[in-house]
Design a protein around this ligand. Structure first.
Ligand code: SAM
Ligand code: SF4
Ligand code: SF4
Length: 337
């Protein structure tokens, strides 16, 4: 089994299918305009599938399609069909803002997609507009229910909590998800990319969110389903659903991180906070054989030493503190959140 210098196996692959997005969430893509990857530089579905096959041969069992907004990539369902044919790939999942799910949920399901994660940070239309710079809350809600009607199970809702922006909605989001049997996961606000105005004062920690929820809807002891899962899950004591936490800032999980990322233009990136990646697309389009590509991927992963979130916490707890601008990072929309 292929492992890095800290003995972490390569098990998961996050594939960004586009860097474009129709939203401008302030914590992710705060500017109106970006320089986008040229369309001819995007990996084709055949190229993505070929690389996925090689990653699976090296140990990957789970693929997540993301972006940018993955549903902006036309005919995404035909990529799902191709990925479903990769032997030994047991889990294909999609992360989306749901704005196009009304049209896309049924074709994605028919193509073989089994799981879907949807980002929703608020149920309040004004706050939604402030957070995404768009007025699409009704479309998103309709998209979520279209996914449910199409048979996606489970549907996980991801909520990034930002102090003073949407933290007052923690309980109403819990109630919404309990009512409709969605699995709600809270994501601590991270210093991804270089553009968001992250500061540690904007984080609402897992501990604080859990305390606020527990006071209203008691929860049982939590755990990870698999040791490499980013999320810690807690069941409600009344058995009506569960909640999860991705506590990347206050309880980082680098020790068990088995995730590689493939950017929309074909770079292999080994950490969400990397400042560079290895250009597989140029090798691929230059005629590299499967063996040559496998050798390059093996070489990159076996030298991997990333532990950014662990280091962030160490710095936050040190006398110097943590400077989020200490290194330039690849934007999250490029490398796939
Ligand atoms: N556009 C899709 C979506 O929003 O679901 C997929 C891409 S998005 C980059 C993937 C996930 O990253 C979303 O759940 C989003 O909320 C999360 N995310 C983006 N910026 C973040 C930040 N600064 N801190 C924590 N999570 C963030
Ligand atoms: Fe777009 Fe998703 Fe980033 Fe929001 S979080 S700007 S929907 S890529
Ligand atoms: Fe993995 Fe990097 Fe996140 Fe740590 S900071 S969990 S190494 S992606």
């Amino acid at each position: 089994m292929l492992a890095d210098i800290y003995h972490r196996e390569l098990r998961d692959l996050r594939i960004s299918v586009t860097d474009r997005c129709n939203f401008r969430c302030t914590y992710c893509m705060p500017f109106d305009e970006y320089v986008w990857i040229d369309r001819e530089e995007l990996l084709s579905f055949e190229e993505i599938t070929r690389l996925t096959r090689l990653f699976v041969q090296l140990g990957v069992r789970k693929v997540r399609l993301t972006g940018g907004e993955p549903l902006l990539r036309s005919q995404l369902e035909s990529l799902i069909t191709q990925l479903c044919e990769v032997p030994e790939l047991s889990d294909i999942c999609l992360t989306t803002n749901a704005s196009r799910l009304v049209e896309k949920a049924a074709p994605l399901r028919a193509a073989g997609l089994s799981r879907i994660n949807i980002s929703l940070d608020t149920l309040d239309a004004d706050k939604f507009k402030r957070m995404t710079k768009r007025e699409d809350l009704p479309k998103v809600l309709n998209g979520i229910f279209a996914a449910k009607a199409s048979g996606f199970e489970p549907i996980k809702i991801n909520m990034v909590v930002e102090r003073g922006i949407n933290d007052e909605e923690i309980i109403s989001m819990v109630e919404f998800c309990r009512e409709h049997e969605f699995s709600l996961r809270f994501i601590e606000y991270m210093d991804v990319g270089n553009a968001n105005a992250w500061s540690s004062s904007k984080i609402v920690s897992k501990k604080e969110i859990l305390e606020r929820i527990h006071a209203v809807y008691p929860t049982e002891d939590g755990d990870r389903e698999k040791i490499s899962d980013p999320a810690i899950q807690f069941a409600f004591s009344d058995r009506r659903g569960d909640i999860g936490f991705i506590a990347s800032v206050t309880e980082p999980f680098c020790t068990n991180c088995t995730r590689a990322r493939l950017t929309a233009d074909g770079k292999l990136v080994t950490c969400l906070f990397s400042n560079d990646g290895l250009d597989l697309k140029t090798l691929l389009r230059g005629g590299a054989t499967d063996d040559a590509l496998t050798e390059v991927i093996t070489s990159v992963w076996s030298k991997r030493s990333d532990r950014y979130s662990d280091e962030r916490l160490e710095a936050m707890n040190s006398s110097e503190g943590y400077n989020p601008r200490r290194q330039k990072k690849i934007e999250m929309i490029t490398l796939g959140g």
